[in-house]
Design a binder for this molecule. Structure first.
Ligand SMILES: *Cc1c(COP(=O)(O)O)cnc(C)c1O
Length: 406
């Protein structure tokens, strides 16, 4: 079936809640994807970090296959034989004590919100149903009604209210503003340590450790959402490790599922996790045997293939290659590790046009907020593939700027 026919069918029978680029993918391996006509692309997006290990990593596929020879879904009504090991390995990888495994990132964030609120009432003596969580402007934490309720993206919110109360907004990257927002009802500060969907916004150095000190001073919780930024994306296992700002709880997802299935978790200090009692929270699919098998292998790969170090090294190559383009259409490039936001001059290049020009040249990337090109290839990408993609970016920027001028 040809690509256009497939796209038309999806448009006819699917909801229009995304605006995909006009490419229909049919197979992939590592950092390369192929469309239905067999054209090859370099994946510079890795499914928002879900494919951080590349596509169909043989070890992840083997872990999933082996599990599927043995046991499928049994629910949490019973124990299954690898959930305990998964929780231990994930908690240790995060430098924390215990895990509550869910499926999607949004569910992990919902879990964190529930944990913070119950902790506020049980341990911080905040009066029932009054707890407040401090969040950042420009945040992205997922798509549930509670979560979009504290987003400030009008497109994510319009028509979906009424929203849950209990959130206070402060500017991202300003620790002083966060501290001034603390009041007797404050239970926690919840932020992405680098804002992903917001445009790869890197806060000033010291911000995360300042937040840690503020939370200690006021006896409140620090929760980082590392659903997109975690698992080596920024050149360390987690962003907070750049500043030694260990949180009380962290949400993880995306890469944890190895690009194979959704696996997320809230990982926390024992005292915080202890707020959950039987029946108080859960998910039919959360922590299922297949998820545990793939998640365990993903963590093993992080360690054995030293992917965080690889991300740091190749991230420097990526940034240097972008700077070497000296493109007038690029206002600035920012990021950490294999995660870069390229801020485009809207007079010379629109994000969407650059992505279309990249697509024609065999590179897959997606803009965020119209003027930021987000580059986040699989951490297993080869240096030659990375340089090929940036070569294509140079040509795509020239073509787009010329089209704008002409
Ligand atoms: C993607 C993302 C989420 C939501 O994850 P889903 O699996 O799409 O629900 C939450 N937080 C951050 C920081 C994300 O980037």
């Amino acid at each position: 079936m040809d690509g256009q026919h497939i796209i038309d069918r999806e448009r006819l029978f699917g909801a229009q809640n995304y605006a995909p680029l006009p490419v229909v993918l049919s197979h992939g391996r590592g950092a390369q994807l192929f469309d239905v006509a067999g054209k090859r692309y370099i994946d510079m997006m890795s499914a928002y970090s879900a494919a951080s290990f590349g596509h169909l990593h043989p070890r992840l596929v083997k872990a999933a296959r082996d599990q599927l020879e043995r046991l499928d879904i049994v629910s949490r009504a019973f124990h299954s034989d690898n959930l305990g090991a998964f929780c231990q390995e994930l908690a240790e990888f995060c430098g924390l004590d215990a895990c509550l495994v869910m499926n999607t990132g949004a569910e992990a964030v919902e879990t964190a919100i529930k944990a913070a609120r119950r902790y506020a009432y049980d341990e911080l003596a905040i009066p029932p149903d009054t707890a407040e969580i401090i969040v950042a402007h420009g945040n992205f934490h997922g798509r549930t009604t509670t979560i979009v309720g504290f987003s400030d993206d009008p497109n994510a919110r319009r028509g979906f209210g009424p929203f849950a109360p209990g959130f206070a907004h402060v500017p991202f990257g300003d620790a002083g503003a966060a501290e001034r927002a603390v009041n007797p009802s404050t239970a926690a500060i919840l932020v992405e340590p680098i804002q992903g969907e917001g445009g790869v916004i890197v806060p000033p150095r010291g911000y995360l450790s300042d937040l840690r000190r503020i939370c200690d001073r006021h006896g409140i919780l620090l929760i980082f959402d590392e659903v997109q930024s975690g698992f080596g994306r920024t050149g360390r296992d987690f962003v907070w490790m750049h500043e030694d700002a260990r949180p009380d709880g962290v949400t993880v997802g995306k890469a944890l599922g190895g690009g194979i299935l959704p696996v997320s978790a809230f990982v926390a200090r024992r005292a915080l996790m202890n707020v959950f009692t039987p029946g108080s929270h859960g998910s039919t699919f959360g922590g299922n045997p297949l998820a545990a098998a793939v998640g365990r292998e993903a963590i093993a790969l992080m360690r054995e293939e030293e992917l965080s170090a690889r991300s740091a090294r190749l991230g420097a190559v990526l940034m240097e290659a972008i700077e070497a383009l000296r493109s007038p259409a690029v206002i600035a490039a920012r990021g950490r590790g294999l995660w870069v936001g390229v801020e485009l001059d809207p007079a010379l290049a629109r994000g969407k046009d650059v992505c279309l020009a990249l697509l024609r040249r065999g590179v897959l990337a997606k803009e965020t907020h119209e003027t930021v090109l987000r580059l986040a290839p699989p951490l297993v990408i080869e240096e030659s593939e990375l340089l090929e993609a940036i070569g294509a970016l140079g040509a795509a920027l020239e073509e787009t700027a010329a089209a704008r001028a002409g």
